[in-house]
Design a protein around this ligand. Structure first.
Ligand code: FES
Ligand code: MG
Length: 570
């Protein structure tokens, strides 16, 4: 072990007063004010992030996970040190949670680097938190182990199993259409999120927990155990113990985990779980921190070989709790083992192949489909290109309407979120069921923060006629819990002059998912004329984080990280 890798406990990263022994003396003076003795301080130190907040119900079990992780650290002879970082909840973050992800990544990275610790446990779960924490860990490159908070348990209503937030949208859609009255929707409101923990469908949080495990960043089987189960707390204790071993041995470091091989594994898993489209943006950002790229063409190509096997909402019918009881991610990866790089390492000191070997067989389960009878023959995501999306756009084909996969329709354009909110339900809006709804100025810079507005509501007058789905497209994102024929992440976005800015009401748009194309059927000369007439881009905000975000955020295909946080590509 090199000098750098040996646990240095309180000596690590001494504040520079020009006298190291005095710096250590002073540090000990202050920490002893908390009641620590030298016996406690002269051990490997394991940092534990505290992302609890009254504004983050998904992280409501963080205090008990911290207690269990601390117990694991102490049982293994280390000293746990809990420290706060920013936390982000989807519904309580204005303007968007995505706007804040990079701030959380910066905060977490800097606090890992600034404070004396030999390894770190990152406890997170709500959509943006795990990506932010992994981005931070890669840049800090200290031995790091992720502990997801785990999904909520399911809810029940009128004999039906339901949960956040695929069913939030479905029920709300039913309410908008007049099928569910005001009294019933109030009751449903109390049943959609019956416990703390993350949304229990295969939304972004579950997707990122699976990607974390597939990258080797968390212990095997850590993505699906419910937030409220004892198994989750046992995982926390085991994570604490392992973090001490990592502090002592100096590894594995994130740089050893995030490689071409593990990114490929993560892309296969993303396709096979029917994962959230947000997972593509986050995986690109995670890879970017390691100097790697997520090649969208490769993701698309893998999707032709990797079927959707996780029978979970919104693509299928079950919930994370059932996925857990069916054997979880290792059992799912076993079905596609021939497509994975099996010797990719994990934080457990094992390989992905070892996780698969230990996978549990659960006769009669229905949450993980066998390879020879998949939920969908192809992977969840297709990547589209064409004159409307020169840098790509994505569609979650596993959660879309089959009949709309090849569709040409008339564009109905909304210029911004406000414009859409003002006009979508206007009884006089000129819109028909076979039109293509277009939303622009909702990308990384445009909105800003690329809101989850890509799930444009079906105009009320059409919903009332029974229209359940339409082709919708935007430079926005969409919740991983949503269902519909929805084209997202159109890049470059309209706010930087992308072709989405050139669409006019009545233009014809052709979508062909099997051919992977997205075309605006307007000739090039006319488009050039429209481009020349575009107004200049909006000015940068005057100050603060909003300015930093606007001036440095990358486009969706590059993960929406800040340009100055990404090292040169390997
Ligand atoms: Fe936190 Fe869904 S809102 S995971
Ligand atoms: Mg979400």
């Amino acid at each position: 072990m090199s000098k750098d890798e040996a646990p240095r406990g309180m000596r690590k990263g001494l504040t520079s007063y020009g006298d190291d022994e005095f710096s250590l003396f002073l540090r000990k003076v202050f920490i002893k004010a908390m009641g620590y003795t030298d016996d406690a301080l002269e051990r490997p130190i394991v940092g534990i992030t505290n992302t609890y907040s009254d504004f983050n119900p998904c992280h409501g079990n963080v205090p008990e996970l911290i207690e269990a992780a601390k117990r694991g650290v102490m049982l293994a002879g280390g000293l746990p040190m809990v420290f706060p970082t920013i936390t982000i909840h989807e519904s309580f973050a204005y303007p968007t949670s995505m706007f804040l992800r990079n701030l959380m990544a910066m905060d977490t990275e800097e606090m890992i680097k600034a404070q004396p610790m030999d390894s770190v446990i990152l406890i997170g779960g709500c959509d943006k938190t795990l990506p932010a924490q992994m981005m931070a860990a890669i840049s800090a490159d200290l031995p790091a182990i992720v502990l997801p908070v785990g999904p909520m348990v399911v809810g029940h209503h009128k004999g039906e199993v339901l949960g956040a937030c695929t069913d939030c949208r479905r029920m709300w859609g039913g309410h908008r259409a007049g099928d569910i009255d005001g009294d019933e929707i109030e009751i449903v409101n109390e049943r959609l999120a019956p416990s703390v923990g993350t949304c229990m469908v295969m939304g972004t949080a579950s997707t990122m927990a699976c990607i974390t495990e597939a990258l080797g960043f968390s212990l095997p089987n850590s993505s699906a155990a419910p937030a409220t189960h004892a198994a989750r707390r046992r995982l926390a204790e085991a994570t604490g113990k392992r973090a001490v071993e990592m502090a002592t041995s100096g590894g594995p470091r994130p740089s050893a985990l995030v490689t071409e091989a593990s990114i490929r594994n993560a892309m296969c898993v993303l396709q096979a779980i029917g994962g959230s489209t947000n997972g593509i943006v986050h995986l690109a950002a995670i890879a970017g921190r390691a100097g790697l790229q997520v090649d969208l063409q490769k993701l698309d190509a893998l999707g032709r070989d990797v079927p959707v096997l996780a029978n979970l909402k919104p693509s299928g019918k079950h919930y994370m709790e059932h996925f857990h009881h069916a054997g979880g991610l290792p059992r799912l990866m076993k079905e596609i083992a021939d497509l994975l790089v099996l010797d990719a390492p994990t934080v457990a000191g094992t390989t992905i192949g070892d996780s698969i070997k230990a996978a549990e067989e659960v006769p009669g389960q229905d949450a993980i489909k066998p390879r020879n009878a998949p939920l969908k023959a192809q992977g969840a995501h297709a990547v589209l290109r064409g004159n409307l999306a020169p840098l790509g756009a994505v569609i979650k084909q596993s959660a879309a309407t089959k009949e709309l996969m090849q569709h040409t329709g008339r564009a109905v354009v909304f210029d911004s979120l406000d414009d859409m909110a003002a006009r979508i339900d206007d009884p006089d809006l000129d819109v028909k069921a076979d039109d293509v709804l277009v939303l622009r100025n909702a990308g990384p810079k445009g909105a800003p923060g690329m809101p989850e507005a890509g799930y444009l509501p079906i105009p009320k007058k059409l919903a009332r006629q029974g229209v359940k789905d339409m082709v919708r497209m935007s430079d926005a994102r969409m919740s991983g819990t949503a269902f519909g024929t929805i084209i997202l992440h159109v890049a470059p976005e309209s706010a930087v002059g992308g072709p989405l800015a050139l669409v006019r009401n009545g233009d014809r748009i052709a979508l062909d998912v099997p051919a992977r194309t997205l075309e605006l059927l307007v000739d090039a000369a006319e488009l050039a004329k429209r481009a020349a007439a575009l107004p200049p881009p909006a000015p940068s905000p005057a100050r603060g984080y909003a300015k930093l975000f606007h001036d440095t955020v990358l486009q969706a295909d590059q993960g929406c990280d800040f340009d100055f946080l990404v090292p040169p590509a390997k």
